[in-house]
Ligand binder design. Structure first.
Ligand SMILES: C[S@@+](CC[C@H](N)C(=O)[O-])C[C@H]1O[C@@H](n2cnc3c(N)ncnc32)[C@H](O)[C@@H]1O
Length: 170
């Protein structure tokens, strides 16, 4: 499990700086354009039920919902401090994405946006995503990929790892 205390402290720091999408890099000049790009890539079917696993403060879902009001979002997070900052109009759920308190086959999409970096056990995380997905559903991943170096400085601070892209693809 991630270092919750460190994540909560970092949350306050980035919110104070006006950052609400917690991504290392943006596909566009603003958070809105970045999320619009991701939504295009995700390409959910009309009316899709989307679980945002490790939802941060829910900004990505808020923007996607604004652009696609037909979508249904369920925001899952292990951090109660972050859930308290999420939009009240979206469905919120406290829990671990490795053991989601959700029934089998309830979702069309599971998003892991800069959340897989907190998974230390891909098999378990993906098995859980597969369990909650309907047949034909999709996992949508937006994250960093490590091309060199290691996690020696990153991991002790946030309890997160930058995985090699090949590990995620495998
Ligand atoms: C770097 S933030 C990314 C937030 C958000 N997805 C975004 O793109 O802005 C990582 C998120 O994953 C959550 N998280 C980490 N491990 C988790 C777990 N095992 N179960 C649920 N949420 C988790 C953290 O609390 C945080 O909300």
């Amino acid at each position: 499990m991630m270092n919750l205390e460190a994540v909560d402290a970092a949350t306050h720091q980035v919110l104070e700086r006006g950052i609400r999408v917690f991504n290392g890099a943006l596909f566009g000049p603003t958070e809105e354009e970045h999320v619009a790009f991701l939504l295009g890539a995700m390409d959910p079917t009309p009316g899709a039920m989307v679980i945002d696993a490790g939802c941060g403060v829910g900004e990505m879902a808020r923007i996607m919902k604004m652009l696609r009001p037909d979508l249904e979002f369920l925001l899952l997070n292990a951090s109660t401090a972050q859930l308290a900052q999420c939009p009240e109009e979206l469905d919120l759920l406290h829990g671990d994405f490795n053991a989601m308190p959700l029934p089998d086959g309830c979702a069309d999409v599971v998003i892991f946006s800069y959340a897989l970096c907190h998974s230390l056990d891909f098999e378990r995380t993906f098995a859980e995503a597969r369990r909650v997905l309907k047949v034909g559903g999709k996992v949508f991943i937006n994250d960093m990929a490590r091309t060199m170096g290691d996690n020696a400085e990153f991991e002790p601070v946030l309890g997160a790892r930058v995985h090699e892209a090949m590990a995620v693809e495998a």
